[in-house]
Design a protein around this ligand. Sequence first.
Ligand code: ADP
Ligand code: MG
Ligand code: MG
Length: 192
Amino acid sequence: MFTTENLTKSFYLFHEKIEQQKNQLSELDQAIGDGDHGNNMSRGMTAVIQGIEEKQPETVPELFKVAAMNLISKVGGASGPLYGTAMLQMSKASQTTEDTCQILTEGLAGIKNRGKSSEDEKTMIDLWFPAIEKMQQGKLTKEDLVAFVERTKDMEAKKGRASYLGERSIGHIDPGAASSQLLFESFMEAGV
Ligand code: ADP
Ligand code: MG
Ligand code: MG
């Protein structure tokens, strides 16, 4: 269950992990995109943490909303509006349910709608979808997350910049799946 405490902690952890892996995320994006994914996520999550410290949100929906607004407005790349829309949908969902998987599923639906995308197109969805599925069965592990990211290697990109490469995108990890691994790890470590 998301609480104000564990969600705040999740965002701090996610920010830390993004800062630590900023260069690796941008290197992944260098191979099949424009090399800015680490910087985009760093700019976005720095703004989210600033927003949390300024606004001191006291409920789960407010926390997701602060995250959404900052990600949408501060990140230039595709990932900002996609993560931001996920957070916005999670803000809405958390007003009516406490079911973690339900809330995450609404977030995933937000990404799919915004990106006009679905599974197996080598995007962040290929982390979110199987991670939520495993979580629903009550058996998501960090090793699973690693495996889901790894699986994007064999996929051909159908959406976003990497899709310009067509078959040449095969053999590389999707950067958005890699950053989403860090988000789900953060949820797990924060005790969501
Ligand atoms: P940009 O591609 O604009 O430079 P980023 O590099 O920050 O933005 O983010 C790229 C990531 O965004 C990709 O690795 C992929 O996971 C995700 N992405 C891009 N387009 C879509 C889409 N239409 N649907 C879902 N995810 C997408
Ligand atoms: Mg990029
Ligand atoms: Mg870019």
